[in-house]
Design a protein around this ligand. Sequence first.
Ligand SMILES: [Zn+2]
Ligand SMILES: [Zn+2]
Length: 385
Amino acid sequence: MELLINNQLKELLALRKWLHKNPELSGKEKNTSQKLEEFIRQTSPDKIITGLGGYGVAAVYVFGEKGPTVLVRADMDALPIDEVNTFAHKSEVEGVSHKCGHDGHSSILAGLALALKNKPLSNGRIVLLFQPEEETGQGAAKVISDEAFKMIKPDYAIALHNLPGFEKAAIVLKDGPFAAASTGMIVNIKGASSHAAHPEQGNSPVKMLSQAMQEIPEIPEKKSSKFKDFALATIIHAKLGEVAFGTNPGKAVLMATLRTFYNDDMKVLVKEAERLVKSLAEEHKMKVEISYTEEFPATINDKKLNDTIRQVCDELGEEIIEIDEAFRWSEDFGNFTSNFKGVLFGIGAGIDSPGLHNNDYDFPDEILPHAVQVFYHTIKKISNA
Ligand SMILES: [Zn+2]
Ligand SMILES: [Zn+2]
């Protein structure tokens, strides 16, 4: 028997297009989660948990007393990007659209629910998690710390992300780090303002700001011996004083994104960036306050789970692409791999696909059945092991 029967593939594609037309931003996935919950109810899971870490929904399928609990996660939030596409399923919400393919990821998980209904497993417990708020890095942590999540107790966690720039449906794998850790660093600098005619009477942060803008990005290279792998610091925003031509500024804000492939390298990068900022503050007699936002742990893949996926792809005849270096972007699935044995793999979205977060991107429907197959056979193998 096929994994998807009758009109199920059509239903899934219709679901994908409905989600694309009705995108919701991170933390606001109310209708999305309702729609997905309705869809998976037809597969009669043993339990449905709603309101997980916000609008998260988990469907729990119990197939036997024996065997592990495998959690499969899909994200479902859209982005504050105005869609330029003109196809029939284009976003109906101004300024919001699915530009990361989370509409596709959720539809794949809905497809996995149908596959489990059509061909039940003989062992284990499968949890299909529709996770909110991935784009801001909040969702995974919120779900995991939710009281209701305690009953799930996954032994393994699996997820995928579609990847433009790779052959359609190719499965992209890497052991160890797969996606970078990243942290938004915010530095508030306080000096003293004065009349622009008398800068000598104030203490402008301009010198400290320009030095910090120059030197923070240089940390990974200058301190390279302290990092075991990739590290990057990118200045993403700076503000000095106000637009007031009569005033010598007394404050500034500087923001940087810090990235590393390993969580302990992130600790080093944060420490070095703080050390630099504090020493510049001392030199220029400024007060500084440092805070952090949008923190993503690194996504670190379990080799054994990857080997299972390799085996499954070989058996199914799905193409595998092994990558040598982790991706520099971050995924909040890193919260799962930090807590459970887990793996995030990529699935090619096409060499010519517009990039993720580009305003003309759209999830390629052709890869959906491939993803359902790989997920299904992987969790089946894990459950029987
Ligand atoms: Zn994204
Ligand atoms: Zn994404």
